[in-house]
Design a protein around this ligand. Structure first.
Ligand SMILES: NC(=O)c1ccc[n+]([C@@H]2O[C@H](COP(=O)([O-])OP(=O)(O)OC[C@H]3O[C@@H](n4cnc5c(N)ncnc54)[C@H](OP(=O)(O)O)[C@@H]3O)[C@@H](O)[C@H]2O)c1
Ligand SMILES: [Zn+2]
Length: 371
């Protein structure tokens, strides 16, 4: 694991002629990582308003990939065989009818959250609250494949100097982080507590908050990951499961507490500590709860301290734009490493064993199918 290691094992591929069939990594039954197997599928055709992306790299997520493959996804239903793969990057290979926002050969990153674009929430710029929201790699075939067809609205050009694994790693967690911090009202100088700051999303939220001028309190259960988080620039690094956690936050912030606390883990065992560590007027933001998420809230404490608890489903168009503007100015996600697609099962095991600091990606260059 490494907080700074750039997984640039895959280069941007040369655009290829679109074949009628393609290589893909699928699962035909739910189960352990070994259920992932290679298959030959029809290459998708981009429909009207869609872009066909020749995939170069794809991120692996805790919920969207590991939980889904294991058959424990809390809300989605899968038709098997299924192709996983949400946030990805690649080269535009073909355009559906009516698309002129990109051209064949462009390097793009794909924000995998597909929304209707016309409901009241979408019209308000709150696409994350769209009732018709669906996800690439969950509700439609994903990017563990040579090609993936996605709406052109979900495709963003990648600025120069960003390799595919980094572009894929910025593509989803970047906009989620940007949306979390914007909705919480981040200002330079704020203390931002990030629970699970070694996770793919947490590490990028911490990096973005720091990039925007915040002071970071990062947590991990692992001493080795805490060492890496300190080296990566977190000012205060703690174990949130320690009994004196909230006191340590108060102490480190001169009695103030955290202005913003990010909790994408939903671990009931650390929830009280998060609230105890919050400053008066502070905000807790959550965009995930894979550790259960059923917690108790003391409303007396909530209102008397003017605390807010915000659910932020995911990123939205404005956050995607903001994120890529930051990326043009030099902001980067935290990438742990990239595995070749042939070793997708090893990559799932690596993540399942909690080894990562940052995003784990798969690379899909021509050589990566037989590595
Ligand atoms: N809303 C969205 O669009 C979106 C997008 C991406 C992710 N998410 C959410 O963000 C959360 C993290 O996902 P991710 O892919 O970033 O995760 P990840 O990289 O797999 O990291 C998970 C982290 O959970 C921490 N953890 C704490 N207690 C744990 C336990 N008992 N078992 C296992 N891990 C434990 C681990 O931290 P330590 O080992 O350092 O303690 C680990 O770093 C999930 O809830 C996911 O659904 C949401
Ligand atoms: Zn909508």
């Amino acid at each position: 694991m490494s907080s700074t290691a750039m997984a640039s094992v895959s280069a941007w591929p040369e655009p290829m002629d679109v074949p009628v069939s393609m290589r893909a990594m699928v699962f035909r039954r739910f189960g352990p990582p070994d259920v992932l197997e290679e298959a030959v599928l029809d290459t998708p055709l981009p429909g009207p308003g869609e872009v066909l992306v020749q995939v170069a790299a794809v991120g692996i997520g805790r919920l969207l990939d590991l939980t889904a493959r294991a058959g424990r996804h809390p809300y989605a239903h899968f038709q098997l065989p299924h192709v996983l793969g949400a946030d990805h990057a690649g080269v535009v290979a073909a355009l559906g009818e009516g698309v002129d926002s990109v051209k064949v050969g462009d390097r793009v990153a794909v924000f995998p959250v597909v929304t209707c674009g016309s409901c009241a929430n979408c019209a308000d710029g709150r696409e994350e609250a769209c009732a018709g929201l669906s996800l690439v790699g969950t509700h439609r075939p994903g990017a563990y494949a040579q090609f993936c067809a996605v709406p052109s609205r979900n495709v963003h050009p990648v600025p120069g100097g960003i390799p595919p694994a980094m572009a894929a790693s910025l593509a989803l967690v970047g906009p989620v982080a940007a949306n979390q911090l914007a909705q919480a009202g981040l200002r330079p100088g704020h203390w931002v507590l990030v629970q699970g700051a070694a996770s793919a999303l947490g590490s990028t939220t911490a990096a973005l908050a720091r990039y925007l001028g915040a002071r970071i309190i990062a947590t991990s259960r692992s001493p080795e990951k805490r060492r890496i988080l300190t080296a990566a620039g977190a000012e205060v690094v703690l174990d949130a499961t320690a009994p004196d956690f909230a006191e340590r936050v108060r102490e480190a912030t001169g009695g103030h507490g955290a202005d913003i606390a990010i909790d994408n883990l939903g671990d009931p065992a650390v929830w009280d500590g998060t609230l105890d560590a919050l400053a008066r007027g502070g905000t807790v933001v959550t965009s995930g709860a894979f550790l259960g998420g059923k917690v108790q809230v003391d409303l007396l404490r909530l209102y008397s301290n003017c605390h807010r608890i915000l659910g932020v489903r995911t990123g939205n168009a404005e956050a995607v734009k903001a994120l890529w503007t930051q990326a043009e100015h030099g902001f980067r996600a935290v990438v742990d490493r990239a595995f070749p697609i042939a070793r997708a099962a090893d990559a799932h095991r690596y993540l399942e064993d909690d080894n990562n600091v940052g995003r784990v990606a798969l690379s899909l260059g021509p050589q990566d199918w037989d590595a």
